[in-house]
Design a protein around this ligand. Structure first.
Ligand code: ARG
Ligand code: ZN
Length: 877
């Protein structure tokens, strides 16, 4: 086998496929090491003048080729290598290709294509996995109708599933059986799925708005049926919501979900047959936390929403990934906001965006929401494509309003149902439905980096006017030295001395609807009339654009907003800004400026104890910016130990200063009765557990005791984990005691064991790296299982900056070695781990040198995958 030359693929080089495929007839005989696939394709030349017919090239990887026929006759004028099969001179006009191949699901540890997980055959085809099942034109703009016959040993795989409707099944000789599935909707190959195995089924049904009954099925490992209730409820809630809010109804008569334990990502939206990482399906109060329940609800919804935004209208090419992902993320965020607390959901999403996407955008892996080139598309399932992509849809929604946005969606489906389209097509539908010019908005899709918005505010008491000067600044990013200004929806309010919003009237006398200003120039000034008293500007309300705001507010202004802003997001933001100023000063160890942390803690108190506010919001209010945020704010020569200490001290001060309040919250917010994952109970537990953690932040006897008791008395996983997280961070015997108790109780529950691994890998206790090295050799650890790898190695690399960036380089060593090992069989997971090094250039010199050395070692590794070498190459470049 020749080794492939990593080749860069450019958006500008897009050409339509020279051939199209109308129907696919697959016949798959499952066997662990030798699965035989016969494929019959109806091929026709594409009549697009940009795609002249010629040789027919089909993608294929890791396949053994047995025969090729054209129109029923075996041929041998073809060439095949490790990536493709080329039929040199195909007939003119439509023709039929028949190909027989075999593949080895058992040996497939990359978990792309057809593989086995815990004895279950399953597939992952997005983005380019179908080519590991059979030779095909494996690109999303080739849409075909599929008919799939699957056969297998009946004892090994009593359940046989594929996309669409079951049309036939029956027994064969030798204890084998078969099933035939037909999907009436043309689809790209990445939405293909096939499953076979011994699976139990939980069934329910849903009546659509037009009265059709949909058969709903969740397939899980036998014995786990009792853990599917929440996933099923979530599915029905999502189906109803999409009808009510977006007017979208499900299209097939059956919707199936299969849970598997080895999965590279969260879940996959295959048409009518979703495949899920089982951690996003299985839940029971004693084994799943409130956060798990919320993630299950959100991901079930996300994959369901893809049926329209992704499947019915799909992507022309993989550069357009955000077309389906950004839009579907926006839809799932709105879904959660409608089910639960809107401000808290916004805060959680912005926290994630800032900690992970902003740092991606500021470093060597920065890329536009729609990239213009890539080496390995798997490396572009990023926070930028997903989360920033979601923010772009949210900005369109903000600019056009709910009705305008829905009108755009309607036009988008009218124009493009059944097609593979581009971001331009989506934005054009939004523009045309609203009679708006959105051409400048395209810059958001094409420019990388987080824009900075600098604001200056002036008030003239004698004239009763105010001015807001806004400047947008765009730092260069890899390959993009110069950038154009983007349209920024800037939602603002002017908060008067009484804490109420003042009317927002422009100089020409017109009121600003919804407080929404549009910034379109590099520099712009807005003038307001009738401003009698000096107001405090509340800027970027609801985080109306994914930008970094440099605000003109001083401590007194922020303190005021922290107590009075009617926009709950900005009220939280004021507290974050106040905390950040102090954290940065403390982390830098600035001797002269001793920040007043106690003052800040006292200002948090009133919101924390305000019974008019939702408990979940109050809990979020008391969580300071993450260590990743603080590091980014510092920007250069970062010492992660200093950052960690600063945050720890701030939390200890919060706990100490607000002790009385926190104790009362802890007592008052116990949730009586049986565990329920409803938003109200979740909020109360969250507030109570926040109090518990802050009270223990100083590590007083009293605080530790309370956590211990909490752990012992916990009757659900949320409380148990909240206490264990505290105890696992202590350099005291209470830690080992708790971890052992937990292990003994849960050693047979794989998903709970993941929590046990992760909590230790994220621990700030001094011996964490020793422990992580020991856990790496623990009999329950498996480097082949992505959930375990994420639980141990991922949790350290992405979730424990203190120890990953250990000053002696041991964290880098551990993670780096693991990356090199994993790269040998699962490049996608290896490359994702490698991205933990992405902000290495902003570290202090000692760590910077060690991180660089490790990256160079990885880069030099023989046979390094295309995935990891692209990521590491960009980081070093
Ligand atoms: N489309 C899936 C989602 O809902 C993600 C699949 C990603 N898979 C991959 N191999 N990169 O977001
Ligand atoms: Zn998705």
């Amino acid at each position: 086998m020749k080794t492939e030359e990593p080749r860069t693929i450019y958006l500008k080089d897009y050409r339509p496929s020279p051939y199209l495929i109308e129907t696919v007839d697959l016949d798959v005989a499952l066997a662990p090491e030798n699965t035989r696939v016969r494929s019959r394709l109806k091929v026709k030349p594409n009549d697009d003048p940009d795609a002249p017919a010629g040789p027919l090239t089909l993608d294929g990887e890791k396949l053994e080729l047995h025969s090729v026929k054209i129109n029923g006759t075996p041929i041998n004028d073809y060439t095949a290598d490790d990536q493709s099969l080329t039929i040199t001179s195909p007939p003119e006009g439509p023709f039929e290709v028949e190909i027989e191949t075999t593949c080895n699901p058992q040996a497939n540890e990359a978990l792309e294509g057809l593989y086995r997980s815990g004895g279950i055959y399953c597939t992952q085809c997005e983005p380019e996995g179908f080519r590991r099942i059979t030779y095909f034109i494996d690109r999303p703009d080739v849409l075909a109708r599929y008919r799939v016959r699957v056969e297998a040993d009946k004892r090994e795989a009593p359940v046989l599933l594929a996309n669409g409707n079951l049309v036939e099944d029956g027994d064969l000789d030798d204890g084998r059986h078969f099933a035939v599935w037909e999907d009436p909707f043309p689809k790209p190959s990445y939405l293909f799925a096939l499953v076979g195995g011994n699976l139990a089924c939980v069934q329910d049904s849903f009546i659509t708005k037009t009265g059709r009954a949909i058969d709903l099925r969740i397939y899980v490992e036998p014995g786990k049926e009792g853990r599917c209730g929440w996933a099923m409820e979530s599915l029905k809630t999502a189906m109803r919501w999409d009808e009510e809010r977006f007017g979208l109804e499900y299209d097939l008569d059956i919707y199936m979900i299969v849970a598997v334990s080895d999965f590279n990502m969260g879940a996959m939206e295959n048409k009518g047959l979703n495949v899920f990482n089982d951690k996003l399906i299985l839940a029971r109060p004693d084994i799943a936390t409130d956060t798990d329940y919320e993630s299950i609800e959100a991901v079930i919804a996300h994959e369901y929403f893809h049926n329209w935004t992704g499947n019915r209208v799909t992507c022309r090419d993989w550069f357009q990934l955000c077309l389906k992902e950004g839009l579907t993320v926006f839809r799932d965020q709105e879904f959660t906001a409608d089910q639960r607390s809107r401000p808290v959901k916004r805060i959680e999403d912005v926290r994630l965006l800032r900690a992970r996407q902003f740092s991606e955008d500021a470093g060597p892996l920065a890329h536009p929401v729609r990239p213009s080139s890539f080496v390995e598309i798997n490396n572009f399932y990023t926070l930028t494509v997903y989360e920033k992509g979601g923010e772009l849809c949210r900005m369109l929604h903000t600019m056009l309003g709910e009705d305008g946005f829905q009108a755009g969606m309607k036009l988008y489906f009218e124009r493009h149902d059944g097609q593979a389209v581009t971001v331009e097509d989506f934005v054009a539908a939004m523009a045309d439905a609203n009679d708006r010019d959105l051409s400048q908005f395209m810059r958001w899709y094409n420019q990388a980096g987080t824009p900075e918005v600098v604001c200056r505010f002036e008030h003239d008491a004698s004239e009763k006017t105010a001015k807001l000067h806004v400047t947008q600044v765009h730092a260069p990013s890899p390959g993009q030295p110069e950038k154009e200004p983007v349209p920024i929806p800037l939602r603002i309010g002017l908060v008067g001395p009484d804490g109420e919003d003042m009317p927002l009237i422009l100089k020409n006398g017109s009121e600003v609807p919804g407080g929404l200003l549009m910034v379109t120039e590099r520099e712009q000034t807005f003038e307001f009339a009738d401003v009698a008293h000096r107001p405090i500007p509340s800027l970027l309300r609801g985080f109306s654009a994914p930008v970094k705001l440099s605000s003109p507010l001083d401590d007194a202004d922020l303190d005021f907003l922290m107590r009075h802003d009617s926009d709950l997001f900005n009220r939280w933001q004021a507290a974050q800004t106040q905390a950040m100023k102090r954290l940065v000063a403390m982390a830098r160890g600035e001797g002269e400026f001793v920040p007043d942390v106690r003052e800040f803690a006292l200002a948090v108190g009133p919101t924390l104890t305000d019974d008019w506010l939702e408990p979940a919001y109050r809990a979020a209010f008391a969580v300071p910016p993450s260590e990743l945020d603080i590091a980014q704010e510092i920007g250069a020569d970062v010492d992660p130990t200093g950052v960690h200490k600063a945050r720890r001290d701030l939390r200890a001060t919060l706990g100490h200063t607000l002790q009385g309040d926190l104790q009362r919250l802890y007592e008052d917010y116990a949730v009586p009765g049986e565990y329920q994952p409803d938003p109200d109970s979740v909020g109360k537990r969250s507030l109570r557990n926040t109090a518990l953690a802050l009270l223990a932040a100083e590590e007083t006897e009293d605080g530790v005791k309370r956590a211990q008791t909490h752990f012992k008395n916990a009757d659900n996983m949320t409380d148990s984990m909240a206490a264990l997280r505290i105890l696992a961070g202590l350099d005291r015997p209470e830690r080992d005691e708790a971890l052992e108790t937990f292990y003994d109780r849960w050693k047979d529950e794989q998903l709970v064991l993941d929590k046990w691994f992760a909590i230790q890998a994220q621990s700030t206790a001094s011996d964490t790296l020793d422990r992580v090295e020991r856990l790496r050799r623990h009999p329950a650890f498996s480097i082949k299982n992505p959930n375990r790898v994420r639980a141990l190695i991922g949790a350290l690399a992405h979730g424990n900056p203190l120890h990953f960036h250990s000053a002696d380089g041991r964290g880098y060593e551990f993670v780096g070695e693991s990356i090199m090992e994993i790269d040998g069989f699962n490049p996608m997971i290896a490359a994702r781990l490698a991205s933990a090094f992405s902000s290495w250039k902003m570290l202090e010199p000692g760590r910077r040198a060690m991180a660089q050395q490790m990256l160079e070692r990885i880069a030099a590794k023989e046979g390094l995958s295309r995935d990891t070498s692209e990521v590491v190459g960009k980081m070093l470049g």
